[in-house]
Write a protein of this length. Structure first.
Length: 101
């Protein structure tokens, strides 16, 4: 997947519904990632447990464990089960994301 956004745009905190590790490669601009492992849940299916922005209104508050800014040429590997949020911090941001089985 290719992602393009202007400064100040991004994705609300969410958890991807697919069970693969994700790699995001920053091509241009910069993007801040804030991530944390999901809270313990008792459910047979994790898909859609954290949809876009759900963590902002749930009883558990959104407290990222890590904040990192990716610059062109840098990559982030994100295992399944991580809630993540992005924000383009400088210029026009372009990145490509791969799901690794």
């Amino acid at each position: 997947e290719f992602w393009f956004a202007g400064e100040g745009a991004g994705a609300k905190a969410h958890m991807d519904s697919h069970p693969e590790t994700t790699m995001s490669l920053q091509l241009s601009g910069t993007k801040r990632w804030r991530i944390r492992f999901m809270e313990a849940k008792r459910t047979p299916c994790m898909a859609f447990t954290y949809r876009d922005g759900d963590v902002y209104t749930q009883a558990e508050s959104w407290r990222p464990a890590l904040s990192i800014v990716l610059h062109p040429g840098q990559a982030l590997f994100l295992p399944p089960g991580f809630v993540h949020e992005t924000l383009c911090t400088a210029g026009c941001s372009a990145s490509v994301t791969f799901q690794l089985a």
